[in-house]
Write a protein that binds this ligand. Structure first.
Ligand code: ZN
Length: 253
C-alpha cells in the first residue's frame, strides 16, 4: 500500500494522518497517432502524480493522490472515433462536487495536475475559488513544468517525441513499432494570427493532421522519456511539498 495514493489507502491509514493537500489528476482518452494507446494522457499523468507524490511524501508532505479522471475536453476531435469528450461545463460540475467534499472536510488545498492540452482549468478554478474562499486551488500542466527543448529534438504537442518517449519509459509494452507511426505532420492555419500564435481558434483535428499526431515521434527513446519524467516529477514533488506546508492565510512574502 502506498499511503499517499487514496485508492490504495484504507480508512485506518486515512484516519491516522490528517491530509493537507489533495492531488487530482485529469487526463483524456483519445487517439495518439498510430503507435500510442488511447490512454496515453492518463498513463502519463497518473505515473507522474504517483512518483511526485512518493518523493513529496518522503520529505514530509501530507498528501493524497485521488483517482484520475480519464476523459478530457476533446471538442475539436468529435469526428475521431472513440475520442471521448467531457465539455468544460461538465468538468466544472465534477470539480465543484469534488471541491465541495474537500472544503466540507477541512482539506483546503487542491492541486489539479493536468495531463491533456484540451483541458483548461484556470477559468473553472477562478470561479470555484470565488465559491470556496477557504480553498487554495492550484493547477499545473505537466508538459509545461520543464523546458521540453532540453530533452527532445523535435517540437510537437500530441503523440510527439516527448509523449512517445514517456510512454516508451512508462508502458513500453503499449508502444507499437515506430515504423507503424505517422510522421505527425501539422497542417498550419491559412490565417496569419492563428499561425503565429497570437490569435486562437480551436484546431479541427482531422483537418490539422492525418494520423492524429502533431509532432514527429521518430527520435523518441526510452532514455529521453526517463530524463524528462525525473525532471518533471522532482519539480512537481517540490510543488506538492510547498503547498502541503504553506499557511494559506500567510502565503505571500
Ligand atoms: Zn497526449
Amino acid at each position: 500500500m502506498r499511503p499517499y495514493i487514496l485508492s490504495e489507502s484504507n480508512w485506518k491509514s486515512v484516519k491516522q494522518e490528517k491530509t493537507e493537500v489533495a492531488v487530482l489528476t485529469w487526463g483524456a482518452t483519445e487517439a495518439h497517432n498510430y503507435h500510442l494507446p488511447y490512454g496515453t494522457d492518463n498513463y502519463q499523468i497518473e505515473a507522474i502524480a504517483a512518483e511526485a507524490g512518493k518523493i513529496a511524501s518522503k520529505k514530509g508532505a501530507k498528501l493524497k493522490v485521488l483517482p484520475n479522471i480519464p476523459f478530457g475536453v476533446n471538442t475539436g476531435q468529435a469526428d475521431i472515433e472513440l475520442d471521448m469528450n467531457l465539455n468544460p461545463s461538465t468538468q466544472f460540475a465534477i470539480l465543484s462536487d469534488i471541491i465541495e467534499v474537500l472544503n466540507r472536510q477541512g482539506i483546503y488545498k487542491l492541486i489539479l495536475l493536468n495531463g491533456h492540452g484540451g483541458n483548461n482549468f484556470k477559468p473553472i478554478l477562478r470561479e470555484l475559488g470565488l465559491k470556496y474562499p477557504k480553498m487554495l486551488l492550484v493547477t499545473s500542466n505537466f508538459f509545461d513544468v520543464v523546458d521540453k527543448s532540453q530533452f527532445f529534438e523535435e517540437e510537437g504537442d500530441h503523440a510527439d517525441e516527448m509523449e512517445t518517449s514517456l510512454v516508451m519509459y512508462l508502458k513500453p509494452e503499449l508502444v507499437s513499432d515506430l515504423k507503424e507511426a505517422g510522421n505527425g505532420k501539422e497542417n498550419k492555419s491559412r490565417i496569419t494570427g492563428i499561425r503565429e500564435g497570437w490569435a486562437w481558434a480551436e484546431r479541427q483535428w482531422s483537418m490539422v493532421t492525418e494520423d492524429t499526431g502533431i509532432g514527429n515521434p521518430r527520435k523518441a527513446t526510452k532514455e529521453k522519456g526517463e530524463g524528462f519524467f525525473k525532471a518533471v516529477t522532482e519539480k512537481l514533488a517540490n510543488l506538492i511539498l510547498e503547498i502541503s506546508e504553506v499557511d494559506i492565510k500567510n502565503r505571500y512574502e
